[in-house]
Every structure is written in structure tokens, then in C-alpha cells.
Design a binder for this molecule. Structure first.
Ligand SMILES: Cc1cc2nc3c(=O)[nH]c(=O)nc-3n(C[C@H](O)[C@H](O)[C@H](O)COP(=O)(O)OP(=O)(O)OC[C@H]3O[C@@H](n4cnc5c(N)ncnc54)[C@H](O)[C@@H]3O)c2cc1C
Length: 535
């Protein structure tokens, strides 16, 4: 019995480490005596948070994974404060940046000027207010009756501002459009019907994401696009990189006596009878050298996304007949392929076009989609740009990065190779040259004027074990019900799930924290975070 782990957590991403920290910090004390262990398949903590240090650029980390949060992310903001992590503003919009769409080089501020946009748009939308709020206009045009009937709210662009998550839940569960439930109605269909194709194309192209308008139902897609993705939202970042969050949680849980085993992948999970007659979980792990071990836990938390779970051996309660319902819960979300590449240049040549002190993003309908002017070294002018493609299916970039293609790095121009983690994610040359070429096209500069980057790092999040950078609820799913059930998917079997994938803040760390919080309060008896001394 001594060797039985009380709580085994699989995955040392944010949700896994946060769960370990909460369990061990339980102010009610029983947590302090719990034997909690974390098993992480890779060599580092943090999962989809990956801050890398660009060579020869001082004072910055580039985010190849998650990069920002908003002031409305209460768990994230509270946790950053509790862990003593410094944050700052990360500007998103800058009127002088470029929107290179349909071969025309506009300024971002032109996107709300009906006379400048190269899209055919209905007369009723050809004004600045509508053009800067297209998703909101679609919501007002389509959801007015549902808001009136279910919530007695007269929906306008103004009243939409004060709609809460609870309101959206009611609308998502009981609202309809053309007599069909909203959760069975594609968001994209409502946008096409209420705005017209030209406006939808403008919206998609200028947002810089292909995935967020396409993939899901109106019940889940509207709240996502009308809360965190609104242009008015203020974005924050962690000054020491987003990875500082899992790193600090890691330090905290180690200090609380949690064993975090890196390079230890969990391969299979089965239920077992414990000596005291209760049901526990037996699971096999494989380390870096291929050595297998069997461990037993009273409770097991899978703090990982859909693809990671699908990679487990197909046996045990999750995958045999007892898991029949689990399969549909697991498959209720789809992974979205996200790709990032950071390029380091000897000088900030783009400032010739967008002006000095560049920040925020430019957008384009080229495959690169979004470019963030990341950082200018004030002392010697090196700069970094971060390209971010939130694709729909297979990433354009991933197809260039196939194993058969040679992967030499672009030669460093007279400089030494850069910093550790950066080098681990060094980009293959075909991707670097293509990203560089598209950057020049976006800025309207010839190749002869701009030397190639001296270093580049990239990450395609489709790769195993992630399967995608973020997840969106599938069409036809009653997401609030699934989100509740998947926390403890099989009755009488002590397996629990948390993480971003089945949350209502998908694509955000806030989602990973919110599902962990829900799991811990509902199934582990912990008091809600705000009732503790932790924040
Ligand atoms: C490109 C990109 C941009 C993003 N932008 C933002 C942003 O700006 N703001 C924001 O808040 N969020 C953003 N996100 C989302 C954010 O990164 C995630 O929501 C969050 O990090 C997910 O944490 P998690 O714990 O749910 O899962 P993960 O981080 O995926 O952690 C799962 C862990 O489990 C491990 N694992 C998997 N299988 C096994 C196994 N069999 N055995 C042991 N270990 C295993 C993995 O190695 C991993 O460490 C972004 C993500 C990406 C990829």
C-alpha cells in the first residue's frame, strides 16, 4: 500500500502542474499529505507554452506556443499574481501596420474604410461601425429573437457588450436560428446568411485566423469570437515569457514534495483492485531508454489533449466497452493546426514601411497570415518577427517541413549559433526562405534590399503528442454537457480529465486552468480558488 500513488497526473503542461499545485496547497491540509506524482513524456514542462530566447537579441523571449492573455482571464491573472510573475501589455492592433489582402497593401486603419477595402460588401455594412464589428452585427441580426425570448434582452451592438458567459450558455443550449438549435447550426452559415460572402471573406482574411470562423457551431463560435477575440480587448503577456508560468508552478510543486518525472511517457491505463477493496488505476510508463515500469494510483488525472489520449494503448476502461460513451466525449472537439516561426534579422528593415517602434501585427491572405513585430533591440537594432498561421486543416508550413527534405539551417551571417531551446526548434531552410519571401512581399520590398534572417526557430503544433495547437468544439455538440461529463468520464473508475481541449476558453491557458479548477472542486473536494489563501 505504501507504493500506491494517491494522485498520478499525466502531463506537465499548465493544467497538470496547476492541478498538482492546487492539490498539494489545499488549505484544508489533507492535500499536504497526499502523495502526488506528475509524469511528463517530454524533456521539459510547459507543453504548449514554449518561450525561446532568440540569439543576440536581449531582453526578450519569443513565444512559439501561447503568448498572451486578457484582463478578463481571471484565473490566469490571479495565478500570475500569486506566483509573482511580472506582466505587461502586448499590443495587438496598430493603425500603421499592414493589411496585405488581395494583392493590395492597405494600412490596418483602412480595414474599416468602405472605400478602401477590396471586397464586395452589402451597402448596409459599408460604414466604420459595422466594418469594425462584423461578428457582432451578425449576432445582432441572427440572435435577436433568441435573446428576447430566453433572456428578455433587446440585442443591439451596445447591449451585446454586457452579455455574460452565463447568457451565452443559455443561448447556446436553448437558442435557435431558422428553427434549428444553434449547436446544430454552423457559425459560418449564419455569417454567410447575415453578412454576405464578401464581408465574411474580409473578416476571415483580416482576422488572420482561418480556423475561428469555420470550425464550429454558432452556439460555441459566437461567444468565442465576441469575447476574447474582440478588437477592443487588452492583451497582456508575461515579461519573462509564458513558459515562466509552468516553470514557476514546477518549482512550487517540487517544493511541496511532488515528484515530477520528465521523459516518462504513460503508455497504457487500466483499472485494478487495490488491497483495500477499492478500484485504482494501474498504468505503464516508458522512459527515454525504452524502459517500462508499472505504477498504481488511487486516482489518475489525464491533463492532456485529445490526440495525446488517442495515442495511449487502446485497452482498459477508456477504450473497452465501458468507454463507449467516452469515445464520443473525446471526439467532441477537433484539434486546430497552429504554426509559428520566428525570424531574427540584423536590422529592423520593416520599420522603413510600418514606422519606428513597430509593434502589434500585420495581416495578409498569404499563407503566413499574421506577422507580429516582436522586439527591437534598442542597443544594436537586431529585431525579431513572429509569423503565426492558424490554419484550417493541414498547415501549409508543415507540408514544407517533410522528413525527406534536407534541413540545413540558413547560415548565420558571421555570428555564433544561439541559445539552447531556440536551437532545439531551429527551422528548416525551405520554411525559412519561404517565410522570408512572404515577409518581403507583404512589406513590398525586393529581395535585394533585405538580407536573409540570421536565425530562425519554428514549431508546428500538429505534431504528436499534441495533434493541434488548440481545439474547437465540433458541430452538433452540446458543449456544456460534454465539458461537465468529461471531467470524470466513467462512473466508478477513478480517471479524471482536464486541460484546454474541452474547455469554454479553448485556445487559451484560461481554459486549461478553468477545467482543472472544475475537476478539482467537483471531484476532489477542493474549495474554489477564490475561497483559498492562494490568490
Ligand atoms: C501556437 C499557439 C498559440 C497559442 N496562443 C495562446 C495565447 O496567446 N494565449 C493563451 O492563453 N493560450 C494560447 N495557446 C493555448 C495554450 O498554450 C494552451 O491552452 C495550454 O498551454 C494548454 O495546456 P494543457 O495543460 O491543457 O495541455 P498541454 O500544454 O498540451 O500539456 C499536455 C502535456 O502532456 C504531455 N503528454 C502528452 N501525452 C503524454 C503521455 N502519454 N505521457 C506523459 N505526458 C504526456 C505533453 O508533453 C504536454 O506537456 C496557444 C497554443 C499554441 C500552440
Amino acid at each position: 500500500m505504501n507504493q500506491i500513488i494517491d494522485v498520478a497526473i499525466v502531463g506537465a503542461g499548465v493544467s497538470g502542474l496547476y492541478s498538482a499545485w492546487r492539490l498539494k496547497s489545499d488549505a484544508g491540509q489533507p492535500g499536504r499529505t497526499l502523495n502526488v506524482r506528475v509524469f511528463e513524456g517530454s524533456e521539459r514542462v510547459g507543453g504548449r507554452l514554449l518561450s525561446v530566447k532568440p540569439p543576440f537579441v536581449n531582453d526578450t523571449f519569443v513565444e512559439l506556443g501561447g503568448m498572451r492573455f486578457t484582463e478578463a482571464h481571471v484565473l490566469m491573472c490571479g495565478l500570475a499574481r500569486a506566483l509573482g510573475l511580472a506582466s505587461g501589455e502586448l499590443p495587438d492592433a496598430n493603425a500603421n501596420n499592414i493589411a496585405y489582402l488581395r494583392g493590395q497593401r492597405l494600412k490596418m486603419s483602412d480595414l474599416t474604410d468602405p472605400d478602401r477595402i477590396p471586397y464586395v460588401i452589402d451597402e448596409s455594412l459599408r460604414n466604420r461601425e459595422s466594418l469594425s464589428n462584423l461578428v457582432a452585427v451578425a449576432a445582432v441580426r441572427s440572435l435577436g429573437p433568441a435573446f428576447k425570448e430566453l433572456l428578455d434582452i433587446d440585442l443591439t451592438l451596445e447591449t451585446l457588450e454586457s452579455v455574460t458567459a452565463e447568457h451565452w450558455r443559455t443561448i447556446g443550449e436553448r437558442g435557435s436560428f431558422e428553427g434549428k438549435p444553434l449547436y446544430e447550426t454552423p457559425l459560418r452559415y449564419i455569417l454567410e446568411r447575415t453578412l454576405g460572402h464578401g464581408a465574411v471573406q474580409l473578416l476571415q482574411d483580416s482576422l488572420g485566423y482561418d480556423c475561428i470562423l469555420w470550425t464550429w457551431s454558432a452556439a460555441d463560435g459566437f461567444p468565442f469570437n465576441l469575447t476574447d477575440m474582440r478588437s477592443a480587448v487588452r492583451h497582456m503577456h508575461l515579461v519573462d515569457g509564458f513558459s515562466a508560468l509552468p516553470r514557476r508552478l514546477h518549482e512550487k510543486v517540487l517544493a511541496l514534495g511532488v515528484n515530477v518525472q520528465l521523459n516518462t511517457r504513460v503508455r497504457s491505463v487500466e483499472d485494478t483492485l487495490l488491497p483495500d477493496g477499492t478500484t485504482g488505476i494501474a498504468f505503464t510508463t516508458v522512459d527515454d531508454n525504452g524502459a517500462e515500469a508499472l505504477s498504481v494510483a488511487r486516482k489518475l488525472i489525464l491533463a492532456m489533449p485529445r490526440r495525446s489520449i488517442e495515442l495511449l494503448d487502446r485497452k482498459g476502461p477508456l477504450f473497452d466497452s465501458r468507454g463507449a460513451g467516452f469515445k464520443s466525449l473525446l471526439e467532441s472537439v477537433s484539434p486546430v493546426p497552429l504554426f509559428k516561426i520566428a525570424l531574427c534579422y540584423e536590422n529592423c528593415w520593416w520599420e522603413k514601411v510600418v514606422g519606428g517602434g513597430s509593434n502589434g501585427k500585420s495581416v495578409t491572405d498569404l499563407p503566413m497570415r499574421q506577422v507580429y513585430y516582436w522586439k527591437v533591440n534598442p542597443h544594436d537594432q537586431q529585431g525579431v518577427v513572429l509569423i503565426y498561421d492558424g490554419g484550417l486543416t493541414k498547415s501549409y508550413w508543415e507540408q514544407l517541413d517533410n522528413a525527406a527534405a534536407p534541413k540545413p539551417q540558413v547560415k548565420l551571417t558571421g555570428r555564433k549559433e544561439g541559445v539552447d531551446l531556440w536551437a532545439d526548434y531551429a527551422a528548416p531552410s525551405r520554411i525559412i526562405f519561404e517565410a522570408h519571401r512572404q515577409l518581403l512581399e507583404l512589406h513590398g520590398l525586393p529581395e535585394s534590399e533585405v538580407p536573409a534572417p540570421y536565425a530562425a526557430a519554428c514549431m508546428s503544433w500538429n505534431r504528436d503528442p499534441f495533434g493541434g495547437g488548440a481545439h474547437f468544439w465540433n458541430m452538433g455538440v452540446r458543449s456544456h454537457e460534454v465539458a461537465e461529463q468529461i471531467l470524470h468520464p466513467i462512473e466508478r473508475c477513478p480517471i479524471y480529465l482536464c486541460g484546454e481541449a474541452w474547455s469554454h476558453e479553448q485556445g487559451w491557458v484560461e481554459g486549461a486552468l478553468a477545467t482543472s479548477e472544475a475537476m478539482l472542486t467537483r471531484h476532489f473536494g477542493l474549495p474554489p480558488l477564490h475561497d483559498t489563501q492562494l490568490v
